[in-house]
Design a protein around this ligand. Structure first.
Ligand code: UDP
Ligand code: MG
Length: 167
């Protein structure tokens, strides 16, 4: 079944210049990239993305990690991959959450590490099921930033809204 999944190359991936390696590994899936961008991750987005983990002991460290405060760089690269079995194909190449337990040929096995704080610095995020993918893709992307119409949309009048444009 065709499905979409969200991939985030976390701040350690960018800091270590692993973007190319990671995209090459993911290209083995033959899935289509249907959205991609570099995002500056603020507190609000970080908390929304990981809200289900807020009671975990590692949560404050995880927020520091995804907002780039551990690496002095708050950029991440986010991508939407689409195709047959996209979620499991990407999770397979990403590897287990704990980099020490991850297959050494997986992305996390090859490039991840466990910090002395215990946090898994594991280079990539990948959605784990269809519901999570839907929630995450709609959190990180606007409809017009994705080339396929994945989810229902609606039109709203946004006259009161201001936006920054090139001067
Ligand atoms: N994490 C961690 N310690 C744990 C579990 C998770 O540091 O015991 C971090 C890790 O960076 C992981 C993220 O929290 O990628 C989200 O956790 P989740 O259980 O959703 O794992 P994932 O879906 O990323 O494999
Ligand atoms: Mg997860």
């Amino acid at each position: 079944m065709n499905e979409a999944t969200l991939v985030i190359i976390k701040p350690d991936g960018l800091k270590k210049s692993l973007t190319g390696n990671i995209l090459t590994r993911l290209s083995e899936t033959k899935l289509k990239i249907i959205g991609s961008k570099i995002v500056k991750v603020g507190e609000e987005l970080a908390h929304k993305h990981y809200h289900h983990l807020k009671n975990q002991a590692f949560y404050p460290e995880l927020i520091k990690y995804i907002t780039g405060r551990l690496h002095g760089d708050n950029r991440v690269m986010v991508l939407v991959y689409w195709g047959t079995g996209a979620i499991s194909k990407v999770r397979m190449i990403a590897g287990a959450t704990n980099p020490e337990e991850a297959d050494p040929v997986s992305i996390r096995g090859a490039y991840g590490r466990i910090l002395t704080t215990g946090l898994y610095e594991n280079v990539v995020h990948a959605s784990s099921d269809v519901e999570e993918a839907s929630r995450e893709i709609r959190l990180w992307f606007e409809p017009e930033e994705i080339v396929y119409e994945l989810y229902p949309t609606k039109e709203v009048k946004a006259e009161q809204k201001t936006k920054r444009v090139w001067e």
